[in-house]
Design a protein around this ligand. Structure first.
Ligand code: AGP
Length: 615
């Protein structure tokens, strides 16, 4: 996905747009660009590389204007080049556009536009859209229409198949900014005699405390002190202005070296926020507002399907084991990108749960929409207030983990698992879970922040271990039961920020093939806190050692590994219901420190973006 900012007001737009882009750089960082408009004169500067490169160019060639748009890119169509950077300008020079999303029918558009005499200088789908807007402005609107600019954008968008969040400038209209969205988030910030556009509230660069969330199929005409919104069908839209909760949205390093480090160490707080107000001590159950389901509705549920992507999918796998263990309801877990096309038979008492930190992942959003299309109850766990997924689901739970900026998800994951445990508790206590088991789970949840603090104290030891293994190019991660999803999560963390090839398996699967990989150059991380399978996983570790593979054990049973493991990371022994959260922390730290050892950019790893809003 990409980051978009726009500004119209009394101030110099450039520093505001650049500051906003810097806050959005976690969304994509291949190239960046800016377009400014003043009295009919438009200037565009765009360059491969980070926002700082663009800022340097703008300092060298300043252009004072009170209206502008800007973009930081995560490449979809077309390589990472200056020409493919946004903004894109129509070949008649009339329009500049920044775009987040994918236009699926852009080749047909290009063929049509080339016949009409428009030219192209990039391989992007976005350039087809800006020329299509120019075409409608020139040939499909009247120069007597005072809303000609808005009308040209609206008419062009009718022909778009795919997703977009766009901001557009028109040379003829130096006092108007047009924005539109379908499938990619776009917000309008309300400032004092100024309006801003952004992909998320951080892009307002602190200049707006009130926000309008554009909905899919809406087009906005924005001036410095007003905003009119119409639907793509040309009907006026009533919109609400919401206040931004900066407590949750704030994202500064606060002295940490990286956002990932900060967010790993924020996990005690994130868990506190996730469970706050959601525990009933006297009923030994959870209080889950926002599900929009009565207890009786919930009692009817006899099957739950979880859908998500990436780390959130791993949280679903943990949820599956927690809900089946404590609520005795069958659970299935699906990759959202698969679920939306698989046409799974879902009976009427099936509940579909989606999990998404950003609340904008397009595969998860479309899985949600597919479930709703089939008439099923859908609930969402998200960390982004008023995100598309949270707004389109029938109900759900916010994580309140605070903004997660590091591309590698950490606090959001453990927060999701804690919320899934609350769900297991809630459903379990309306079925056959006993009061005492409910109390045990509640006590475990309440102990989590302190226990995570204790676990974080292994950081210096893990930093040393990381030095030892940072040179390896292959890793195996192994776990059993609910620690297998943690093995998956540990492998993903390592992969995505250190670029080391890492695979995860249920430990029992080793002998069915993966053991062939074992050698001194392929260390194995073994998660061993599940007491009922401890003996099994110890023997798996012995099998590895017998083949000269290094073993890093993450365990609350260090004695069991003292003659086997090369390194033992001891974590506190906790109630079974929360062991996966505790196990995850050392895996996050190991990935973080290995990536640092390898000189990788842990907050902006190559090829990745924080939320994937394109398919
Ligand atoms: C996690 O570290 C990755 N950055 C990625 O797998 C992420 O979890 C996935 O894209 C889902 O994102 P979401 O939770 O915002 O939907």
């Amino acid at each position: 996905m990409c980051g978009i900012t726009g500004y119209i007001g009394k101030r110099d737009a450039t520093p505001i747009l650049i500051e906003g882009l810097k806050k959005l750089e976690y969304r994509g960082y291949d190239s960046a660009g800016i377009a400014l408009l003043k009295k009919g004169k438009m200037t565009v500067c765009k360059k491969k590389g980070r926002v700082d490169v663009l800022a340097g160019l703008m300092r060298k060639n300043p252009f004072k204007a009170n209206l502008g748009i800007s973009h930081t890119r995560w490449a979809t169509h077309g390589g990472v080049t200056d020409e493919n950077a946004h903004p894109h300008v129509s070949s008649d020079g009339m329009f500049a556009l920044v775009h987040n999303g994918i236009i699926e029918n852009y080749e047909n558009m290009k063929r049509f536009l080339v016949k009409k005499g428009y030219t192209f200088s990039s391989q992007t789908d976005s350039e087809a859209l800006v020329n299509l807007i120019a075409y409608h402005y020139q040939y499909r609107t009247s120069d007597k229409d005072e809303n000609r600019f808005l009308e040209a954008v609206r008419k062009a968008l009718i022909h778009v198949e795919g997703t977009y969040g766009i901001a557009v400038l028109c040379k003829d209209k130096p006092d108007e900014l047009v924005a539109a969205r379908k499938g990619s988030p776009l917000l309008i910030g309300i400032g004092k005699d100024e309006r801003l556009v952004s992909s998320d509230v951080l892009g307002f660069a602190g200049r707006a405390n009130n926000v309008i969330y554009l909905e899919d199929g809406q087009v906005a005409s924005i001036t410095k002190d007003n905003c009119d919104i119409i639907s793509i069908g040309n009907t006026p839209v009533e919109y609400t202005i919401k206040e931004i909760d900066w407590q949750l949205e704030n994202a500064d390093l606060n002295g940490a070296k990286h956002f990932m480090q900060k967010e790993i160490f924020e996990q005690p707080k994130a868990i506190e926020n996730a469970i706050r107000g959601r525990i009933s001590e006297d009923q030994a159950t959870a209080i889950l507002q926002g599900l929009n389901m009565t207890p009786n509705d919930m009692r009817q549920i006899d099957r739950i399907i979880f859908c998500a992507c990436g780390t959130a999918w791993h949280a679903c796998l943990v949820a599956e084991q927690l809900i089946e263990r404590y609520a005795r309801i069958p659970v299935e877990v699906e990759y959202a990108s698969e679920f939306r096309y698989r046409n799974i038979p879902i009976e009427k008492n099936t509940l579909v749960f989606v999990i998404s930190q950003s609340g904008e992942t397009i595969d998860t959003l479309e899985a949600l929409r597919e479930s709703k299309r089939k008439g099923f109850k859908t609930l969402a766990i998200t960390n982004a207030i008023a995100s598309t997924i949270s707004r389109e689901s029938d109900g759900g739970l916010y994580q309140y983990a605070g903004k997660e900026v590091g591309v590698a998800s950490t606090k959001a994951f453990t927060s999701q698992v804690a919320i899934c445990l609350l769900i297991a508790l809630y459903i379990g206590r309306m079925r056959d879970m006993s009061y005492s088991v409910g109390k045990d789970i509640i006590n475990a949840l309440k102990s989590l922040p302190e226990t995570i603090e204790k676990t974080l104290k292994t950081a210096p030891q893990i930093k040393k271990i990381a030095k030892k293994y940072a040179c390896k190019n292959d890793f195996l991660f192994l776990g059993r039961l609910d620690e297998f999803p943690i093995a998956l999560e540990g492998a993903l963390k390592l992969k995505e920020i250190s670029y080391i090839h890492a695979e995860a398996y249920p430990a029992g699967e080793m002998k069915h093939g993966p053991i062939a990989l074992i050698c001194p150059e392929c260390p194995s991380v073994v998660f061993a806190c599940a007491e009922d399978v401890l003996a099994k996983i110890v023997s798996n570790a012995q099998e590895i050692k017998a083949r000269k593979g290094a073993v890093i054990a993450i365990t609350c049973f260090p004695e069991a590994f003292k003659d086997i493991a090369d390194d033992i990371i001891t974590v506190p022994k906790v109630h079974d219901s929360i062991r996966t959260i505790i196990d995850t922390v050392p895996a996050q730290l190991l990935a973080y420190y290995i990536a640092l050892e390898r000189g990788c950019d842990v907050d902006k790893p190559r090829n990745l973006a924080k939320a994937v809003t394109v398919e």
